[in-house]
Design a protein around this ligand. Structure first.
Ligand SMILES: Cc1cc2nc3c(=O)[nH]c(=O)nc-3n(C[C@H](O)[C@H](O)[C@H](O)COP(=O)(O)O)c2cc1C
Length: 565
C-alpha cells in the first residue's frame, strides 16, 4: 500500500510509510487519518463538491428473505422517571420477554417522528445522527424469548416497521456455551456502521461521524435498558472479527458493508457479568450457522473514500487487546430528586435545534447540574457501559448562564488528568472555582469575556454555537490513548464523546431547552483557543445547548401509523 500517497495531506505521511511493525503502523494510520480529516477555515477535510442526490443512501437496511418478527408499540409497566435511569437500582428489573425487547428498541433506535416540508418527507429517530444519515445498525442476539422466538436467534433491528429480522436461529446448547458465566437472564445488543451512508455526504471525515453515532446508540440502548432496570456492559475483550462473526457480517469489502463496532451484554441491574470472558470456541461456531437474508442495496453507485477504509481497517480491534486500566472514577451517581419528568417522554421528544434564539438563559444551578450529569461512575448509566477509564473532558464556552460571568470554563471528568491538562493549556488561564459551584463538580473558570463569536467561529461559523446558553468542545486524551492502548482506541474516543453527547441532549430536553451535536468544527483553531500545541489533547466533538427556534414550515407526523398491541 502506498501510504505516503494516501496520507499525503497528513503532517507525517513518511512516518506511516516507514512503520514496519503492524501495530505501530496502525497507530500511525489513525493519527494520519485524524490529521487529514481536520477542518480548518482555509481548508476543509476532503468531501464531495456537490451532493449527488441520485445516490443518496437509503437510511433503512433490510435483510430480504429474513423472517420478520413484529415488535409491540405499547409501553411496559410503570413509567420510569427521567432521573431514575441514571442510578442503578432505582427501577425494578423486568423479565426478558417480547414487551421488554419491543420497549428496548422503541426507546433507543426506533423512529420518533416523520417530518414533511413540501414534497419531501423524512424520518427522525430516538438516537441522533450526523446529517440524519443513520449509519448505525442494531442487532439482538438472544436466547428463546417468551412471545417472540422459540429458539435462540440473531436478529437485525429494522426501525421502519419496528421489527426484528431473524438472520439466524441456533441451538439452546450454543446459547448456553456463549452465555457461560454470564447472569442467568441476559441478551446481547450489537452495533455496526455503514460508512458509506456518512461518506456520501461528508467524504473523508465520515469515519469520525460514524463513531460519534455509535456512541449515541450505545448511550441510547444503555439508558433504555436502565429504564427497565437492566444494565449494559460492553464486551470489550472481543476483537472485531468475533463481533462480525456473531452478527453474521462477512462481506467487509462491499462499499455498503457493515463495520462491526461493539457488543453490549444486557443483564438485570444487581447482577454482574462475572470474570468469565466470552467463549471464543462458541463464537467460532456462529460461522457454521445458516444465515438468512440478503442485504438491500442502499445506493445505485458509490464513491470510494480510501482513507475511511484505511482508518477503519487500522482501528479494528485485535482479540488480545484490553483497555489500559479498568473503568475508574471517583464520582458517585447523582441523588434522585422528585421531579416528575418521564424518561420515555424526554427520550422520544429529543430533537436537534437547527437554530438557537440568542436570548434564552439558564439558571446557574441548572447549568451545574447538567455538567454534574456528565460525570461518569460505575453505577451511572450510560457511562457504566464503557470498558475504559474516562478520556474526555469539556471545554465550555459560557454565554448566558445567570450569575455566571461569560467566558471559558473547563470540566475535568477524570481528576487524574487535571495536572496534565493544566500544564498543556495556556499558562494565563485562571483555574478558579466559579461562584456557587458544588464541591463535587470539578469545574474551573479559565478566562472571562464574551466568547459567543469565538464559539461560532471555531464551530465552522455555525451560529448555533454562539446563540445558545453555552457550547463546548470535548477534549480527549489523544495520542497517549492510541500509543498505550492501540489504534483500536481511536473509535472508542469518539464513542465516549457520543455517550456524553446523548446525556447532554436529554438534559437539555429536561431543562426545557434543546441541544445540537456539532461534528463540524475547526480542529486546530479550538486547540489554539486553549493553547494546546501538540496532539496530546484533541477536541473531538462540539455541542451547544440553548433555546431553540422551531422551523414552523416543517410539519410533524407520528412515528408509526398504527400502534400495534
Ligand atoms: C455526530 C453528530 C454531528 C452533528 N453535527 C452537526 C453540525 O455540525 N451542525 C448541525 O447543525 N447539526 C449537527 N448534528 C445534528 C444532526 O443534524 C441531527 O442529529 C440530525 O439531523 C437528526 O435530527 P435529530 O437530532 O433531531 O434526530 C450532528 C449530530 C450528530 C449526532
Amino acid at each position: 500500500m502506498d501510504w505516503r500517497r494516501l496520507f499525503s495531506r497528513a503532517s507525517t505521511p513518511d512516518a506511516v510509510q516507514a512503520a514496519e511493525d503492524p501495530v505501530e503502523r496502525d497507530q500511525k494510520i489513525v493519527l494520519a487519518y485524524h490529521d487529514v480529516t481536520k477542518h480548518g477555515s482555509q481548508r476543509f477535510a476532503r468531501g464531495p463538491v456537490d451532493l449527488d442526490w441520485e445516490t443518496q443512501p437509503n437510511p433503512f437496511r433490510r435483510w430480504a428473505g429474513a423472517e420478520v418478527l413484529p415488535l409491540a408499540h405499547s409501553a411496559v409497566g410503570a413509567e420510569p422517571r427521567y432521573e431514575q435511569v441514571y442510578v442503578e437500582g432505582e427501577v425494578a428489573p423486568r423479565a426478558l420477554d417480547r414487551a421488554f425487547v419491543s420497549q428496548l428498541f422503541q426507546d433507543s433506535l426506533a423512529i420518533s417522528a416523520w417530518k414533511r416540508a413540501g414534497a419531501a418527507r423524512w424520518s427522525l429517530r430516538v438516537n441522533p445522527s450526523s446529517g440524519n444519515l443513520h449509519p448505525t445498525e442494531g442487532y439482538l442476539i438472544a436466547p428463546a424469548i417468551a412471545g417472540l422466538a422459540a429458539t435462540p436467534f440473531v436478529a437485525h433491528y429494522a426501525p421502519e416497521p419496528h421489527a426484528l429480522e431473524v438472520r439466524a436461529r441456533f441451538d439452546p446448547a450454543l446459547w448456553d456455551a456463549l452465555a457461560f458465566g454470564w447472569p442467568e437472564q441476559c441478551a446481547l445488543v450489537g452495533f455496526s456502521s455503514i460508512h458509506w451512508r456518512e461518506a456520501w455526504k461528508y467524504g473523508e471525515r465520515a469515519y469520525r461521524y460514524c463513531n460519534h453515532d455509535t456512541g449515541h446508540a450505545i448511550a441510547s440502548v444503555t439508558l433504555a435498558a436502565a429504564a427497565m432496570g437492566w444494565k449494559a456492559t460492553m464486551l470489550d475483550e472481543l476483537g472485531s472479527d468475533a463481533i462480525a462473526r456473531l452478527l453474521g457480517l462477512n462481506d467487509t469489502r462491499h462499499p455498503e458493508a457493515e463495520e462491526p463496532e461493539c457488543l453490549l451484554l444486557l443483564h438485570p441491574q444487581g447482577t454482574e457479568r462475572g470474570a468469565a470472558e466470552a467463549d471464543v470456541r462458541a463464537i467460532e461456531r456462529f460461522a457454521r450457522l445458516t444465515w438468512v437474508g440478503a442485504p438491500n442495496a442502499l445506493s445505485s453507485d458509490h464513491v470510494a473514500w480510501d482513507v475511511v477504509q484505511a482508518a477503519a481497517d487500522a482501528a479494528r480491534k485485535p482479540a488480545s487487546a484490553r483497555a489500559r486500566g479498568a473503568f475508574e472514577s471517583p464520582w458517585l451517581p447523582m441523588p434522585v430528586g422528585d421531579e416528575a419528568l418521564s424518561f420515555r417522554r424526554i427520550a422520544h421528544q429529543r430533537r436537534s435545534a437547527v437554530a438557537m434564539d440568542g436570548r434564552s438563559g439558564l439558571a446557574r444551578d441548572a447549568f451545574y447540574q447538567t455538567l454534574r450529569r456528565t460525570l461518569p461512575s460505575r453505577a451511572t448509566p450510560p457511562f457504566s457501559a464503557l470498558a475504559w477509564s474516562p478520556r474526555v473532558h469539556l471545554a465550555l464556552f459560557v454565554h448566558r448562564v445567570a450569575d455566571l460571568e461569560p467566558g471559558l470554563y473547563f470540566l475535568v471528568r477524570d481528576p487524574t488528568d487535571e495536572a496534565a491538562l493544566r500544564a498543556a493549556m495556556r499558562p494565563e488561564f485562571a483555574w478558579t472555582k466559579p461562584p456557587g459551584c458544588p464541591a463535587d463538580l470539578p469545574l474551573f473558570a479559565l478566562h472571562a469575556g464574551d466568547v459567543r463569536g469565538l464559539a461560532a467561529r471555531v464551530s465552522c461559523e455555525q451560529q448555533i454555537a454562539g446563540d445558545g446558553c453555552f457550547s463546548l468542545g470535548m477534549i480527549a486524551r489523544f495520542t497517549s490513548s492510541i500509543a498505550e492502548d492501540g489504534a483500536w482506541m481511536y473509535p472508542r474516543l469518539f464513542w465516549e464523546t457520543g455517550v456524553v453527547g446523548q446525556v447532554l441532549y436529554l438534559e437539555a430536553e429536561a431543562l426545557g431547552l434543546r441541544a445540537t451535536g456539532i461534528g463540524c468544527f475547526f480542529d486546530d483553531a479550538v486547540h489554539g483557543v486553549l493553547g494546546l500545541r501538540d496532539r496530546g489533547w484533541q477536541s473531538l466533538y462540539h455541542f451547544t445547548i440553548g433555546g431553540a427556534v422551531e422551523d414552523t414550515r416543517i410539519a410533524r407526523e407520528p412515528a408509526y401509523a398504527e400502534a400495534r398491541d
